[in-house]
Design a binder for this molecule. Structure first.
Ligand code: PA5
Length: 450
């Protein structure tokens, strides 16, 4: 197996606040035990550990079924595929599709463009999407584990009607796929009544761990991405981080140990850094995974992200010289998919001829190296992840690696990494302010505070 690499050597620098190799290995036994707890289901939140063995359970039948549905959708010659969902029912698909698609796919006319709805409540966003869809061929999937989430439910109510108005009820039904709980929720009831093609989200897989279920795999396959290779990458990483693989070889245990050691030294913010703009949404997915899993009981590393070198021209100043509570985890891609050399220029007014004949990526790599040294010198410990290429196989590895390390990390700070009780607070207030029936007392109380 060609495995992604983890380098924690620059988290061990001598500057103040950095961890020592001893502090790191303190967590050797704990991470091995907690990894085993994830597999044995003996830790907290054990009802939501379906993701642990998920890659191994994705068989030929599941893959062929998803591929067949995706190709039936694509065969309708659609311009746009709208994926309705929020949080874990949105970010995984968005992250993988962006990472593996041409940056200008839409403008080059690659079909279908996969667009998202129900991931916000922006009136302009949805209205503008509807304008676009008027003159396009399109289909949609609606994804909600609970089947009751407000944002996607509103978007679906509107877009379902548009689809029916454009194509008629029968054809609209053939253009809608619902991905939701096997038995519960309003979406399940509606899907059964209307006769939509449906996929179940396993009970024991929470939203932010669901990208390798149909939640992620169907939209990713509709985008034309090879889901077999993605799953293969995840399967290989599952083997590489299994409980039998001891700490010295187990990069999920090592990453969890390193970030926990840094956290205990006062590094409260982890910045996920990329040098490839296509990875922007991988970081958004990662932020949900770690933020929702660890941020509870007054604990947890705050997950942040930057796109370099763009953000070196904005956030770079803070990272270099602001509060010393940061550490960075860099995702580096060893080899780009395309080749572009810097040309010679006779006039050389920009004085860049010293770079003539060099790859753009060579400059990117020197930016990465120079930044790493500068930030380490500025007391920002650096963890580095290297994938050989930005392709399906390595993205699959990254997904499972981050999921596994997240489970171990949550256990290290003794929280349940698989619940999200905190996200209910805003919902309760929103419903009360919207005067939803049943919330009368809360409405009165909140309005008295306005
Ligand atoms: O990780 C989670 O559980 C959440 O972010 C959910 O994915 C998100 O709230 C959407 O929920 P649902 O899929 O039930 O609509």
């Amino acid at each position: 197996m060609n495995k992604m690499k983890l380098d924690i050597g620059k988290a061990f620098a001598k500057a103040s606040g950095f961890i020592s190799p001893d502090a790191f290995t303190t967590y050797k036994q704990a991470t091995e035990e907690l990894n085993a707890a994830l597999h044995n289901k003996t830790g907290r939140g054990s009802d939501f550990l379906g993701w642990v063995d998920l890659p191994a359970q994705i068989n030929e039948k599941i893959l062929s079924d998803i591929e067949a549905t995706a190709s039936a959708i694509r065969s309708k010659n659609i311009d746009v595929y709208v994926v309705i969902g929020i949080g874990g029912s949105y970010l995984g698909a968005k992250a993988v599709i962006d990472a593996l698609s041409d940056s200008f796919a839409h403008l080059k006319g690659n079909k279908p463009a996969v667009l998202f709805a129900g991931q916000n409540i922006g009136e302009d966003y949805l209205a503008e999407l509807r304008d676009l869809l008027k003159n396009k061929e399109w289909a949609l999937s609606v994804i909600s584990k609970s089947g009751t989430t407000t944002e996607p439910a509103i978007a679906f109510r509107i877009l379902k009607q548009d689809l029916e108005d454009k194509y008629g009820k029968k054809e609209a039904v053939s253009r809608i796929c619902a991905i939701t709980d096997a038995a519960r929720g309003a979406l399940k009831t509606l899907a059964t009544e209307e006769g939509y093609k449906t996929y179940d989200i396993p009970d024991d897989v929470g939203g932010r761990y669901s990208v390798l279920t149909p939640v992620g795999l169907l939209p990713i396959a509709v985008a034309g991405i090879n889901i077999r290779e993605l799953v293969k990458g995840a399967q290989d990483m599952a083997k590489a981080t299994a409980p039998e693989v001891k700490f010295d070889e187990n990069i999920a245990c090592q990453y969890a140990a390193a970030r926990h050691a840094l956290y205990t030294e006062g590094k409260k913010i982890e910045i996920l850094v990329n040098y490839q703009p296509k990875l922007h949404f991988m970081a958004e997915w990662w932020k949900q995974l770690y933020g929702e899993s660890e941020g509870k009981n007054g604990k947890g590393i705050f997950p942040a992200s930057v796109d370099f070198s763009s953000d070196l021209h904005s956030m770079g100043q803070y990272i270099q010289e602001g509060e010393r509570i940061l550490f960075e985890t860099v995702i580096s891609v060893a080899k780009p998919e395309r080749e572009l050399l810097i040309p010679e220029d006779k006039a050389n007014l920009d004085k860049l001829n010293f770079l003539a004949g060099k790859n753009i990526d060579y400059v990117n790599k020197m930016a990465e190296l120079g930044t790493q040294i500068a930030h380490v010198d500025g007391d920002v410990p650096n963890i580095r992840i290297e994938i050989e290429r930005l392709n399906e196989y390595f993205v699959g590895q990254l997904i499972y690696f981050f999921e596994k390390a997240c489970g171990i990390s949550g256990y290290l700070i003794n929280v349940n990494p698989f619940d999200q009780p905190g996200v209910e607070a805003y919902k309760k207030n929103m419903f009360a302010l919207l005067e939803k029936p049943g919330f009368e007392a809360e409405t009165k109380m909140l309005k008295s505070r306005l």
